[in-house]
Every structure is written in C-alpha cells, then in structure tokens.
Design a protein around this ligand. Structure first.
Ligand SMILES: Cc1cc2nc3c(=O)[nH]c(=O)nc-3n(C[C@H](O)[C@H](O)[C@H](O)COP(=O)(O)OP(=O)(O)OC[C@H]3O[C@@H](n4cnc5c(N)ncnc54)[C@H](O)[C@@H]3O)c2cc1C
Ligand code: SF4
Length: 321
C-alpha cells in the first residue's frame, strides 16, 4: 500500500476543510487502497463525527446520519415498521460483520465490483480514463444491461441505495465553504457516458452528512435479490418495490432495480404500466417490457435480460397478493 497522511476530523467543518479523502467504515476504500486501485495522499477519518443517529422529523420522515452503521439502520424499529424495503435491502447486503462497519454514506459511495476495475493490469476507463474497457468483449457476467456506454458497462453494486431510490431519499451534503445542499437520490448518480470515472455529483471535499427519507407512503414492501449464492454476494439483479393495491387496482407503485445499471435504476414507465391496472400477468409483463426496453447484453451477461423479466414478474405477483 502506498504511504498516506492521516487526520481524524473532530467536526463536519474540519472534515470538509481537511483536503483529503474521507474514510468511514473503510470496508471498500481500504480494499481498493491495498490493491493500488485508489491511492489517496491523505485520509480524513470521519468515523468519530456526530453523525450516527436516526431522527424522526415533523413531516413523519426520517433523517439518517451518514455514519449510522448498516446493521443499526436495518434494525431500527421505525425503519422496519415504515420502510421495510430498506431494512430488507440492507440485510441482503454483505455479511453481519461488514454491516456493523459499513456506514450509510460509505454504502452510497462504494465503487463498482467490475473485475477489471480491481485489476490494475487491465484497461479500465473508470480507473484510468482513456485506457479502454476490458469488460466489453471480456467476461462481463455481472455487468450492466441498461444505461451503458461504449466507455463503461459497470454496475453500481449496492443494495441499500436501490431501496433508497424506490423511497425517493434525499442526500444532504456539506461543502468546504459550509454550503449545504439536498440532492434527490435520482439526481445523485451519473451514467457512465464519456466520463465513467465521474460517478456522482459530489464535489471535491463535499461530505455526505445525512440521508432524508420522505414520510412513509404505506403500501406493501419487497426487496428481492438474485445472486450467485444464498448470502454474501452482490446482486445480479434486485428489485425494491413499494406497491399499494386498493379495491383490486394498483394505486401506487415505486420500483427500483439493482445489478442492471451504473446506478440504482428507476424508470417511470415501469410504474406507469402498473398504476390503474388490476394485478395481472398482462400488467406485470407490460412493466417488464418497459423496464427492458433498450436493454442490451454484452455476451456473458445476456442472461440478465430474461432473469430481470422473470424476477420482476415474480416480485410483482408477491407484492400485490
Ligand atoms: C466481501 C464484501 C461483500 C460485500 N457485499 C455487499 C453486498 O452484497 N451489497 C452491498 O450493498 N454492499 C456489499 N459490500 C460493500 C459494503 O457494503 C461497502 O464496502 C460499505 O457499505 C462501504 O461503507 P464504508 O463505511 O465502509 O465506506 P468506506 O470504505 O469508508 O468508504 C467508501 C467510499 O465512500 C467515501 N465516503 C464514506 N463516507 C462518506 C461521507 N459521509 N461523505 C462523502 N464520502 C464518503 C469514501 O471516501 C470512499 O470513497 C460488500 C463488501 C465486501 C468487502
Ligand atoms: S466496465 Fe467500467 S469499470 Fe469495468 S473495465 Fe470497463 S470501464 Fe472499467
């Protein structure tokens, strides 16, 4: 591992002004540093900042500190009762030990699991802009089928952010000059385009301080994750769904998807195919058609297209029962 400076921040203002790379739980960043994929000159340890609480707001929503461990968030009674999809997504991610260390902010920002990104001998536009993409034409079993570019076909690997996308979470940040902003999660991540190394809208030194969940909408919640083994594996495809059925008609539907794109994926056309319809295989097939419109496989990951269809339909059958 390359040598680096280390500073521990005592306040959010200190952290944003310190001019280094934030480290929270370290469960992703340290792995990348050991492999020389990431080589920061300075680490700013934010793990002791006062950002580890979950507060209820007057509007009925929750404000979650960026340092709340994934295990605490999953076990919070308010999350279990009103945002079950989030608790389920968190528990589907990583292992118990990792979830104890992994934080809300760090989980939003974990990097892709593309094999070539982790291999510094491979060409990878995300790791080294302009060096090519060995996943295109290579082994791309875990790669994206939606929103790809000819520069990068990596997926975002997270589970928690998929549920947060279905819940319309808002990411709250603070910049070095003290400015704060609230970014809807739908505007936070970027598709690869010609700049796959730029993954989100954060500026240098900008710290995620909180995540806000809007007031709960009710409905039935589901998180279904398909992976290569029963536990401790990243999603090949995942569905986060919050669906309300009243008098035999779907009145509300919020769906987000993991394992298929550079970001937690949401497409209003999927929801439009469901709302106002009675739960039926025709409606579910229409939702799958909307999701997979324009989907493209790259060889080894072609299976994801039928997998996504089957998993979405099975998930919709379950959540509308
Ligand atoms: C074996 C293994 C299996 C895993 N399986 C899964 C899985 O199935 N599903 C899943 O979702 N995840 C999985 N993970 C990933 C794990 O969830 C992430 O490593 C973890 O969530 C990252 O959180 P952290 O606090 O450790 O982040 P860190 O490693 O500390 O940081 C990650 C990134 O976020 C930045 N950062 C951290 N906090 C902030 C902040 N507040 N503001 C701005 N930047 C910040 C850091 O600078 C760094 O770039 C797995 C990890 C491992 C090692
Ligand atoms: S898919 Fe993206 S991350 Fe993977 S090798 Fe290609 S450019 Fe790199």
């Amino acid at each position: 591992m390359k040598t680096f400076d280390y500073a521990r921040a005592d306040s959010v203002a200190d952290a944003t002004r310190a001019g280094g790379r934030f480290i929270a739980g370290g469960t992703n960043l340290l792995d990348l540093m050991k492999l020389q994929v990431e080589t920061p000159d300075k680490l700013v340890d934010i793990s002791r900042l006062d950002l580890d609480t979950i507060e209820e707001r007057e509007d009925g929503g929750l404000t979650i500190g960026a340092l709340v461990p994934n295990s605490d968030l999953a076990a919070d009674p308010r999350v279990i009762a009103k945002y079950e999809v989030l608790s389920r997504a968190l528990l589907a991610g990583a292992s118990g030990q990792l979830r104890n260390k992994a934080t809300t902010g760090g989980n939003l920002l974990q990097r892709t699991r593309c094999y070539y990104f982790y291999d510094t001998a491979a060409g990878c536009n995300k790791r080294q802009p302009g060096s090519g993409c060995e996943a295109i034409g290579g082994f791309n079993r875990i790669h994206a089928i939606l929103g790809t570019s000819d520069q990068c076909i990596a997926t975002h690997p997270g589970d928690m952010p998929v549920a947060m996308r279905a819940l319309d979470a808002v990411i709250v940040t603070q910049k070095a000059d003290g400015d704060k902003r609230r970014v809807p999660i739908g505007d936070f991540y970027q598709l690869p385009g010609d700049t796959p190394h730029i993954e989100n809208v954060l500026e240098a030194g900008e710290l995620i301080t909180h995540v806000e969940l809007p007031a709960p909408t009710g409905g039935r919640h589901l998180y279904r994750k398909v992976r290569d083994r029963a536990s401790y594996a990243f999603a090949l495809f995942s569905v986060a769904a919050v669906v309300t059925v009243e008098d035999g008609v779907i009145t509300e539907a919020a769906l987000a998807f993991g394992g298929v794109a550079h970001m937690p994926w949401r497409n209003p056309a999927v929801e439009a195919a469901l709302v106002g319809e009675a739960p039926s295989d025709d409606a579910f097939n229409a939702a799958a058609d909307a999701l997979l419109d324009g989907a493209k496989g790259f060889g080894t990951n072609d299976f994801k297209i039928p997998l996504a269809r089957r998993t979405l339909i099975a998930s919709l059958r379950e959540v509308t029962q």
